[in-house]
Design a protein around this ligand. Sequence first.
Ligand code: ADP
Ligand code: MG
Length: 336
Amino acid sequence: MNLTRQPSPAAVYNPRMLSEFDLIKQFFRRDRPGRATLGIGDDCALLTPTPGRQLAISSDMLVEDRHFFAGADPFMLGHKALAVNLSDLAAMGAQPVAFTLALALPAADPAWLDGFSRGLFALADACGCELVGGDTTRGPLNICITVFGELVPGHALRRDAARVGDDIWISGTLGDARLALAGYWKELALSPDDQQAAAQRMHLPSPRVALGLALAAQPVAHAALDISDGLVGDLGHILAASRVGATLDVDALPAGPVLARQDRGLRRRFTAAGGDDYELCFTAPVANREKVLEAGRASGTAVTRVGKIDAEPGLRLVDSDGAALDLRLSGWDHFS
Ligand code: ADP
Ligand code: MG
């Protein structure tokens, strides 16, 4: 894995250039029966919704030099481009069904397309999500995926559904992706093994699809979102939409395995406002604590209780003794 490598000349210009249609046929169209009534090849794909289910739809775009380094490993890019989209379905509690892929490529490089499509389909197959169409054009590398999922009407885990008294929970661990970025940016020095382990979290996030489904069943949880821009900023979206406040125990936040070995100040900052975590933050009534733990066990995902929803507006950060912390954290904003 070499994440800062510039693309080789062959990756930029390949004399045996594939045509747009060869490329789609060779790397993205698969001869296997899928759930779609009509898949890749016509003007539109045709999907037949499961009777009585609602559609959940989301798009996420990855832009070179903004969301990933130039020369990033194509297998990991294929995984991540779909993972960040599946993470949105997970945060809504939806079952993944299908996705489209809009790709701008500087060149039709078969080695790059091979790695990218393998990373993409490994995750797609693991989550039962079928590629049903897209668009392909030449241009600066840009990957835009739209996912389609299904859920029972009324069971979506909406951002406006948090209630005063709810517990706040986090799936998995936070902060290792931000730690990897700090290593790349030379904000701190990690051992090569630690850098590699933290980078796995940055490049190969695990969308919490099974947990989202378990939380939306019954439903167990009230509100949820996936943490892409840092917990503090993202939780703010739930608080604003639900017109509530919250108290967050920063020392209860589960740190990634590499971050867990760093000092407390760094742990607090990177768990609370790291970014690129793709974990779920959700709220659930106190009466459902046992059900939340069961949803975590059933989906093989750790869940940690980290705070509570208050009537008083605003977000209060406290330490393990309940004393106020002033960390001056903010979420990630692409335009600031
Ligand atoms: P149109 O001219 O109608 O936009 P295209 O020629 O762009 O159609 O695409 C032909 C078919 O290939 C369509 O079914 C489209 O959905 C599909 N397709 C194009 N690019 C991709 C891609 N990157 N991944 C999957 N399917 C794609
Ligand atoms: Mg087109």
